[in-house]
Structure formats: C-alpha cells, structure tokens
Write a protein that binds this ligand. Sequence first.
Ligand SMILES: CC(C)(COP(=O)(O)OP(=O)(O)OC[C@H]1O[C@@H](n2cnc3c(N)ncnc32)[C@H](O)[C@@H]1OP(=O)(O)O)[C@@H](O)C(=O)NCCC(=O)NCCS
Length: 180
Amino acid sequence: MAVSYFKRFRMEIDLEGNTTPVALPEGYRWVAWSDQLLDLHAELKYLSFRNELDSLIFPCLGEREGCRRLMGEIRRKPGFLPSATWAIAAPEGCVATIQGVVDQGPIGAIQNVGVIPGYRGLGLGRALVRQALGGFAAAGLRRAYLEVTADNHLAVRLYRSLGFRRSRTLYKAIDYDLEL
Ligand SMILES: CC(C)(COP(=O)(O)OP(=O)(O)OC[C@H]1O[C@@H](n2cnc3c(N)ncnc32)[C@H](O)[C@@H]1OP(=O)(O)O)[C@@H](O)C(=O)NCCC(=O)NCCS
C-alpha cells in the first residue's frame, strides 16, 4: 500500500458585490431544486466527474452509485440549501449541477460544480457558481467557500475570476495498491 497526497485549496468569497446573476445562453434554463430531482443531480454529477482528476481523489465521483450516495448525503445535511442548488437544462435536457449547504459559521459551502463535457466553455460553470452565491446571499449569508484540487487549473482560474481567494491549503491523502 502507498499513499499519495493531493493538494487542495479552500477558496472563500465575500458575497457582497459578487452575486449578480449570469445570463444563460439562449435556449438554456434554470431548474430549481426539488426532492424528485435527487437522481438527476446525481447523474449529472457522475457524467461531469467520471473522467476527471477529482474522481481519482474521491472515487465515489467516478461511480454512478457513489454519486447517488453522495447526493443523498448532501440532501440530508441539516444545512442543505435549495436556493443554492440548481441544475441547468439545455434544449436537449439537463447538463449541469451545483449544490450548496450552510456550514458552521454560518458560511455557504459549495459542494460540487459539474458541467457535462459536451457543454463546457459556454459559461455554464460561471453561471452556476454565481447562482449558488445568490442563493447563499438570499439566505442571509455574507461569505461562501469551496474546495478545489490545485491541479484543476481551469476550475481554480474560474473561481479566482469570480472573486474567490485562497484561504487555506489542504492535503488529501489517498491510499492505493502498488502493483508489483
Ligand atoms: C470546472 C467546470 C465546472 C467549468 O465549467 P464550464 O461550464 O466549462 O465553465 P465556463 O464555461 O464558465 O468557463 C470557465 C472558464 O474556463 C474556460 N473553459 C472552460 N471549459 C473550457 C473548454 N472546454 N474549452 C475552452 N475553454 C474552456 C472558459 O473560457 C472560461 O474562461 P474565462 O473565465 O477566462 O472566460 C467544468 O470544466 C467541469 O465540470 N469540470 C469537471 C468537474 C470539476 O472539476 N468541477 C470542479 C470541481 S471543484
């Protein structure tokens, strides 16, 4: 057995002045949370993360059942916040997901941001994060945070450009079997 360490950043943002909604591309629409959508969010999470770096660090993100379990855990958190939890529907169906909870502080905590591969680079990631930040502000919160893998450069850049700043560096240990 060997251990690898993945560097992760906690990034925080002051909500004041950072919650203006981002318009969706034409033909796309917001889908508000309802409990019937739990499996849909889980599926979007799976399709967004299955081939990505984060699924090495959090193997449940690379499995359909793991994403369902994780989505259930998020839903059952006492601070689960529907106003910070959204999907985006393209004309063909839903393609992106974000979930938010109120953490101790209180502070808004973005859980996972995922846009399925064929729909990236359209501004949906940016729109999702802003939508969640607006939901936190509407719930009376003043700050929010998320955690991101340091090597996920595109995501780190997106969050920086939205106003998030690094507040802490964390190391996530992963055990793996050495094949001899
Ligand atoms: C990170 C992620 C959510 C970004 O979603 P997105 O919808 O592509 O983001 P946006 O379209 O708002 O683009 C954000 C920035 O990245 C660039 N970009 C994103 N994807 C791109 C792509 N496929 N091609 C070209 N540029 C891209 C955009 O130009 C934009 O840059 P800018 O802000 O300088 O203009 C998405 O790539 C994803 O789901 N990744 C896998 C899951 C993941 O790692 N989530 C983050 C966990 S913390």
